[in-house]
Design a protein around this ligand. Structure first.
Ligand SMILES: [Zn+2]
Length: 193
């Protein structure tokens, strides 16, 4: 026998469901998602990578997490945002992430700002500004570039700013204490035979 459940006619429960999508119940705050991005940044710091972390959220669900892997991968473009976007696109089977929000601990660089726009990320949330490379609000104000339309509809900055900033300053302070890496090996490797 085929059964279908139906609530009382004109039920307020039904009209509430129509107005409030189910995923709203599972949605966390910007701070909570940024905390997850910070956890990713911590993983980077432990691996001696510049501590930047990123998560991508769709309908309240985290669909991709990544941290900077430039040293491990020896790739200039292995930034947290790039890796997270790659993962999210693979998971969803599309380059177009228009219903996704991206949380990153540091203001994106020129490369990542471009890709975030091309991927059609809906909302960008970042923790701390990057005075040396940030191209969302700092070196460049993305919204003020004439004719440019490919940037997130919503941009939020300063979420857990202190935490996102101090993980970077602590990392670089420790780095300065350590002796610099010996580059002789690299130079020898690249010497013509
Ligand atoms: Zn970047």
């Amino acid at each position: 026998m085929h059964r279908t459940w139906s609530g009382p006619e004109g039920s307020s429960h039904k009209s509430l469901c129509l107005r409030v999508p189910l995923f709203y119940i599972f949605m966390k705050t910007d701070e909570e998602y940024m905390m997850m991005a910070l956890k990713e940044a911590e993983k980077a710091a432990k691996a001696d990578e510049v501590p930047v972390g990123c998560v991508i959220v769709r309908n309240g669900e985290v669909i991709a997490k990544a941290h900077n892997l430039r040293e491990k991968n020896q790739q200039a473009n292995a930034h947290a945002e790039m890796l997270a976007i790659q993962k999210a696109s693979k998971k969803l089977g599309t380059w177009c992430l228009q219903d996704c929000d991206l949380y990153v601990t540091l203001e994106p660089c020129m490369m990542c700002t471009g890709v975030i726009g091309h991927a059609r990320i809906h909302k960008l949330v970042y923790g701390t500004a990057d005075p040396k490379g940030g191209t969302v609000d700092t070196l460049v104000k993305i919204k003020e570039i004439p004719h440019l339309k490919t940037y997130p509809k919503e941009i939020v900055s300063g979420v857990l700013r202190e935490e996102c900033s101090s993980i970077l300053s602590d990392f670089f302070r420790e780095k300065r204490k350590k002796p610099k890496k010996d580059k002789t090996q690299f130079q020898t490797m690249n010497k013509p035979a």
